[in-house]
Design a protein around this ligand. Structure first.
Ligand code: CA
Ligand code: CA
Length: 364
């Protein structure tokens, strides 16, 4: 009996000790030294490496982390991309026999057949390009070169005083050091309050890279013009022949005297948020005005009058075609905010009024 009582007492003591030790395990180390809060800030890759090592997991675990990251990026990408609208294609009249700027190769007017295609409903925005750059770490050509062209009227006095030279034929353009898509007017500017504005300072190559990442492509010039015309035939603008129907502004252009006085009667001296002006009959925004848009085609001013199917422009060239004009366009010097109008730049050029939108084939 005495032995039994002693055994029970011993058992109770051991249990109590267990509870005490366990209590101290749970609470004391954390309260005493705070060791569990010590860690360095590491890159995601370093964290992945350590996690793999700590868990004794190697290739398989790293693969699942990579796969997870890829999945997250895929979701981010899908959330990022613009809505695309289906264009029916078919025959349409491209160009004009009444060119506003004949030397640009706006004519002759010719019959073009297009297969159906998709095109994005608005210009690619800063927010969208930021997602692309964050995920892919794409470095634009302006960032690589260290400068880009900015309209002088937008520059701060500080940046203006640092300028070395302007463009002889267009003195309102200056190459500005540190101007890029994140800093549209040079190093002292930002896009923070312009995330829904079109991205600027992207070269044709940058635009191409974005569209490729998106699983899309740049529109051909013919596709872009078809989309611009909104089903209307032989009209100047995406909405008709009158620049301001019922006295309303239908595009972000320049009002006043270029280049010294912009009255911004349409509400904007610079770019505007996408979709701020009325869409055309196809539901597409800012086809003319806001920013110029890169197309896939090489530049040529010579076109055949012959009926053509799905033209893709010349096979080679030195410049790429851009369409639609920008917030800087005024009839007095740049009457190019018409669907038939066109202009060009070298594929590595970038500027504070040039952006893009993507298109895609329809795969059934
Ligand atoms: Ca304007
Ligand atoms: Ca545009």
């Amino acid at each position: 009996m005495g032995l039994l009582v002693y055994s029970v007492w011993l058992l109770v003591c051991v249990c109590v000790m267990c509870v005490c030790v366990c209590d101290s395990c749970d609470v004391k180390p954390a309260q005493d030294c705070g060791c569990n809060t010590l860690h360095r800030h590491r890159t995601e890759e370093e964290e992945e490496d350590e996690e793999g090592g700590r868990n004794g997991q190697t290739a398989a675990h790293k693969y699942s982390v990579t796969a997870n990251k890829e999945f997250v990026n895929k979701v981010k990408k899908e959330e990022t991309l613009s809505k695309m609208l289906r264009m029916q294609g078919g025959w349409f009249l491209m160009g004009t026999d009444d060119p506003g700027i004949p030397q640009d190769g706006e004519g002759p007017q010719r019959r073009i057949w297009l297969e159906p295609f998709y095109i994005e409903e608005h210009e690619v925005t800063n927010l969208q390009f930021q997602s692309f750059a964050n995920i892919t770490h794409h470095v634009t050509e302006a960032e690589q070169f260290g400068d880009s062209f900015v309209f002088e009227g937008l520059l701060s006095e500080e940046v203006k005083s640092s300028l070395s030279h302007a463009v002889a034929a267009a003195p309102w353009w200056s190459p500005v050091k540190g101007a890029d898509w994140r800093h549209p007017e040079g190093p002292d500017s930002s896009i923070t309050h312009r995330m829904d504005h079109p991205v600027l300072h992207v070269s044709w190559t940058d635009a191409q890279a974005y569209c490729e990442w998106a699983g899309r492509r740049l529109p051909t010039e013919a596709e872009w013009e078809f989309a611009c015309r909104g089903g209307l035939q032989d009209r100047l603008y995406p909405w008709g022949n009158k620049l301001m129907p019922r006295g309303q502004h239908y595009a972000n252009l320049w009002q006043g005297e270029f280049p010294n006085h912009n009255t911004a009667e349409d509400g904007f001296t610079q770019t505007s948020p996408v979709k701020r002006f009325p869409a055309n009959a196809f539901g597409l925004y800012d086809m003319v005005g806001n920013v110029w848009e890169w197309t896939a085609d090489w530049w040529s001013v010579h076109h055949t009058r012959d009926n053509t199917h799905n033209p893709k422009g010349p096979k080679t060239g030195s410049d790429r075609v851009k369409k639609g004009g920008s917030y800087m366009c005024h009839k007095s010097y740049c009457y190019r905010y018409r669907c038939a109008a066109r202009s060009q730049n070298t594929p590595d050029s970038s500027a504070s009024n040039l952006g893009f939108r993507c298109a895609a084939d329809i795969t059934l």
